[in-house]
Write a protein that binds this ligand. Structure first.
Ligand code: UGA
Length: 354
């Protein structure tokens, strides 16, 4: 079955529509299709400019409510993005993290199996677990998963996601696609601590926050871990390939990533500082040097890390024709510009109120 992008009778349920990925996907669906959107989340401030759009029905409710799951699964396509997904919470709110990343998605998957909806489930690159600095390209259907001990509660999220994947794949009547994002970055990611949220956001938002507040970036365990960052625009293009080719994407697991954008966190901090200086013409000497912190001191007991995480994109190239096009520096520039534009007025407002 194909889903015609020009068919206005199709409604897609977007669960987690108010988050970073959800907000970009919502805009892309509005721009590239005639579909209607059933948008579910607990917070819609990232999509507030669309609140009056007649093509969207917004629902601000918890997924634990059975009537909400029933309504979501009444639509032919369900995209599930809602999750607690910031590592600083994995070892401090472990029970909640497991519930939000296993119990809730499992209940939604069951509802979709009963109703016949196609479930696009956003899992995570973290399912590959505690990868070493020598880890090879991670392959969807080949790589093994290794996690730390029960006391290393950092892995609670990865394990909950992995169990959700297995549960979804076990439901014989469910049409599903499992997507594993590799460190998506772009405008609107997470929050800046003390300005519109509390705690530690993921690294792009954390470093952008330090740049706009003129604070020192924190390098966890020397910033030796490496990540492959993916532009949110490449990610959205990928999701559209999946939606366009259900005959090739159903009952499959895909990495969404860009192996060319690999960098260590230490190098990332210097690159972001360099780009920020180019944008603002600030003297490089005015930046505070990054501070090295241990993972346990920064995130608390139970934190461990994945040292290298590079996606294989062979499967998605072969099946879907996916090729990422956005280089790291371009996406960092776009993101830093967005953080400057968005947060500078908030900082100035806070200063005048002091
Ligand atoms: C995260 C989340 O677990 C998942 O939500 C998600 O699927 C995945 O990234 C992703 O974005 O695809 P992680 O890559 O560890 O995992 O997330 P970050 O918090 O962005 O950390 C990346 C690296 O930067 C880690 O080594 C971390 O220790 C380091 N870091 C982070 C710093 O050195 N300083 C900071 O201020 C923040």
């Amino acid at each position: 079955m194909k889903y015609d992008f020009n068919d206005p009778s199709i409604t897609v349920a977007l669960v987690g529509a108010g988050g970073f990925i959800g907000s970009h996907l919502l805009e892309a669906i509005l721009e590239r299709t005639q579909w209607r959107i059933f948008a579910v989340d607990l917070d819609f401030h990232k999509v507030q400019q669309h609140l009056q759009n007649h093509r969207i029905e917004f629902l601000c409710e918890d997924l634990e409510e059975p009537s909400v799951l029933k309504k979501i699964s009444s639509y032919p396509i369900v995209i599930q993005l809602a999750a607690i997904c910031t590592p600083s919470r994995y070892n401090t709110e472990t029970q909640k993290v497991i519930e939000s990343n296993f119990l809730t998605p499992a209940a939604l998957a069951k509802a979709c199996a009963d109703s016949g909806s196609w479930l696009l489930y956003f899992s995570t690159s973290e399912v590959y677990g505690k990868t070493s600095s020598e880890a090879l390209l991670l392959e969807e259907d080949q790589s093994d998963f290794v996690y730390g001990s029960i006391h290393a509660s950092r892995w609670s999220y990865a394990i909950a996601k992995q169990l959700s994947e297995r549960y979804i794949a076990s439901l014989v009547h469910l049409s599903w696609t499992i997507l594993r994002p590799f460190n998506f970055i772009g405008p609107r990611m997470d929050f800046v601590s003390g300005l519109d949220g509390e705690g530690i956001p993921r690294v792009l938002a954390s470093f952008c926050g330090a740049l706009v507040k003129n604070e020192a970036m924190k390098l966890v365990d020397g910033g030796k871990a490496q990540r492959s960052f993916t532009s949110i625009h490449d990610a959205i293009r990928f999701i559209f390939l999946v939606l366009e080719k259900p005959h090739l994407s159903k009952q499959e697991v895909f990495n969404i990533g860009n192996p060319d954008n690999e960098i260590s966190i230490r190098e990332l901090s210097f690159l972001m500082q360099k780009i920020h200086a180019e944008i603002t013409h600030k003297n490089p000497k005015e930046y505070k040097s990054p501070i090295e912190v241990s993972g346990t001191n920064y995130y608390g007991k139970g934190y461990e890390d994945s040292l290298r995480r590079v996606p294989s994109i062979q499967k998605s190239q072969k099946l879907l024709g996916y090729l990422p096009t956005e280089p790291l520096e371009k996406t960092l520039k776009e993101s830093i510009l967005w953080f400057i534009d968005h947060y500078t007025p908030i900082i100035e407002n806070q200063e005048t109120q002091r």
